[in-house]
Design a protein around this ligand. Structure first.
Ligand code: AGP
Length: 608
């Protein structure tokens, strides 16, 4: 889970590399480093810590030259320290490598190299690549890299620089993301588009096992057999600002404020003249009628969106749905067949557990429909059908707007299938779509009331443990609310089905225990009111989230009632999650946590 960049052109490379790395720090920030070819001399500077530490160091070390590679790290093999930082240098010091991913067979390769006199300085898997390139290098860097990618197993995005080649460097990828930015007399590589957006909007997306030779005036791409590949230019329509904070204190708050727009962006292109049209996803009525089961597989917040998806699809389409965390799904030999559909959900489209779960389902014959936010990502390109969530770049590690758009996409899929299957009428579907269109305005209202949530957080940020309880869709919401709180405020919390509490966990409720209750399901409202009374009787403090229509009644029981506009219970999760995201945000803020870059986490988990 690292970020890599590369540049060749007439500019000074260092400022370009540092600017790119600053936009990739959400991928990992344990250490950073750069390598430059300065008139045939390889110069490398790297160190433990945030990019700022490297920037400090570079103030004194004047690295000159128009070609270089850079890296920001999230440690997997070898603890965060200077030695294990990238770039890694080969034995002779003539090859420098930056890498994102994991070389799974690095132990065997290390033994092969040690037998041939190579000494290893670091504990990383990546150093193997540097020595191996040197081992195969006979004056042709492309040839050497091709030989290396034939040998290495696992995931990689690589940037390779050599002393001898002052006017070119090589990059390659498999499973880890890598894009190439096309400039005028200059070219770029990066793990993600925001890193090079200020320089170019013309992008090549490198496919698995593709290698590219980068020069100032050309980018030549080859497949794993060495055959030239003609690449399609992908024009990015995001603006640089989208990748920057736009005046908000944190990316997380900016991205919550983007929810109304991105939800609209996600459903509007799919409702044409009142008719639902899911892009070019052609799952026919017949195929839906013959579906035995739907599997939804994902990780973290995306998994929680999947739990909501299960309730919705079963309710509207009457098709059985099994929802699974990807890291369990791929190793439990699931009973999936070609009569089943697998819905994969991922913001980044690069989460390795999810990608491998996709492959597991595909290998068993299941059709793959993915709900993904990053165009051209590995999961998108490995799927039979893709429904993009148009959330734009999500920088904050804690996923917010992407979750709202994942729910929106799941409702569209459920409505499409239910209409084709005839399990709901056109009128029912139109009513749900009409309610969906009210959601963005509803979230704008919720955001206006955020100070109320901040005040509550100010009174309770010292809580040691917090419980989220809900029933049905609110149970799924509670899972997401609990994860959001945990991952950015580091407060322990658990989500529980409202009816399950009395079977044990209520023993943990005592005077002052904070209990958060999403209560958006009209049919279960009274049941949840009894659950609130149960915990109140043990001294709990209750924060409830519900529609305006229930406010008055609920204020008789709960300590604070946060309201969402009066939406239909069925689609309430799309807006009811926003108060939970705000609650987590303000608890983390009150505790002085690094809201956008929480400890031990990274935005896209590209290792197992
Ligand atoms: C959520 O806030 C976390 N960043 C994490 O749980 C995330 O949802 C999970 O890693 C899945 O990521 P993906 O959607 O990019 O696949």
């Amino acid at each position: 889970m690292c970020g890599i960049v590369g540049y060749i052109g007439n500019r000074k490379a260092i400022p370009v590399l540092l600017s790119g790395l600053s936009k990739l720090e959400y991928r990992g920030y344990d250490s950073a480093g750069v390598a430059i070819n300065e008139n045939g001399k390889l110069r490398v500077e790297k160190c433990k810590g945030r990019l700022t530490s490297l920037e400090e160091r570079l103030k004194t070390e004047n690295l000159d030259g128009g070609m270089g590679i850079g890296h920001t790290r999230w440690a997997t093999h070898g603890e965060p320290n200077d030695i294990n930082s990238h770039p890694h240098i080969s034995q002779s010091g003539e090859i420098a490598v930056v890498h994102n991913g994991i070389i799974e067979n690095y132990i065997q390769l290390k033994e092969f190299l040690v037998e041939r006199g190579y000494n290893f300085k670091s504990d990383t898997d990546t150093e193997v690549v540097a020595h191996l390139v040197e081992h195969y290098y006979k004056g042709d860097l492309l040839d050497a890299v091709m030989k290396v990618i034939d040998e290495i197993e696992g995931s990689y995005a690589l940037g390779v620089l050599s002393k001898d080649n002052e006017d070119m460097f090589v990059c390659a990828r498999k499973d880890s993301p890598l894009v190439i930015g096309l400039g005028d007399g200059e070219n770029f590589i990066a793990s993600d588009i925001p890193a090079i957006l200020e320089y170019t909007r013309n992008i090549y997306i490198l496919e698995d096992k593709e290698v590219a030779v980068m020069t100032k005036d050309s980018v030549k791409v080859f497949n794993s057999l060495g055959a030239p590949v003609k690449k399609e230019v992908f024009k990015v329509n995001w603006d640089v600002e989208a990748a920057e904070k736009g005046g908000y204190e944190h990316f997380m708050m900016k991205e919550m404020y983007e929810e109304p727009k991105v939800i609209r962006d996600t459903f509007s292109p799919r409702i044409i003249n009142g008719e639902l049209k899911l892009d070019n996803i052609n799952i026919t009525k017949e195929e839906i009628d013959n579906l035995q089961k739907i599997y939804i597989v994902a990780c973290g917040t995306a998994y929680h969106a999947g739990v909501v998806g299960k309730y919705i699809i079963e309710k509207l389409c009457k098709i059985p749905v099994e929802v699974d965390v990807a890291s369990e799904f791929r190793y439990r030999d699931p009973l999936i067949t070609d009569k089943d559909l697998t819905i994969i959900i991922s913001q980044s489209g690069e989460t390795l557990d999810t990608l491998f779960a996709l492959r597991e389902a595909k290998n068993k014959g299941s059709r793959i429909l993915s709900i993904v936010n990053v165009v051209g990502s590995s999961i998108a390109r490995s799927s039979d059908d893709v429904l993009y969530t148009w959330a734009g770049p999500e920088i904050a590690v804690a996923s917010t707007k992407a979750y709202n758009t994942q729910l929106t996409a799941l409702y569209l899929v459920a409505l499409d299938f239910a209409l084709k299957k005839g399990t709901i009428s056109k009128e029912e579907a139109d009513n749900i779509l009409a309610s969906l269109k009210e959601i963005p305005a509803g979230i704008e209202e919720i955001l206006k009331d955020k100070e109320n949530i901040q005040k509550f957080a100010h009174r309770h940020y010292n809580a040691k443990s917090i419980f989220f309880i809900g029933r049905s869709l609110d149970y799924a919401l509670s899972m997401e609310g609990s994860l959001k709180l945990k991952e950015i405020s580091y407060i322990h919390s658990e989500a529980y089905a409202g009816g399950e509490l009395k079977h044990g966990t209520i023993a943990l409720i005592e005077k002052g225990t904070l209990v958060v209750c999403p209560m958006t399901q009209d049919s279960l409202f009274d049941k949840m009111v009894s659950n609130i009374r149960e915990v109140k009787a043990r001294g709990a403090v209750v924060l409830a989230i519900t529609q305006q229509r229930h406010k008055e009644e609920l204020e008789k029981t709960a300590d604070l009632v946060l309201t969402i506009p009066d939406v239909d219970s069925l689609i309430a999760p799309i807006s009811a999650v926003t108060p939970l995201q705000l609650f987590a945000y303000y608890m983390a803020l009150e505790k002085g946590c690094d809201v956008d870059k929480p400890r031990n986490l990274a935005k896209s988990v590209t290792v197992e």
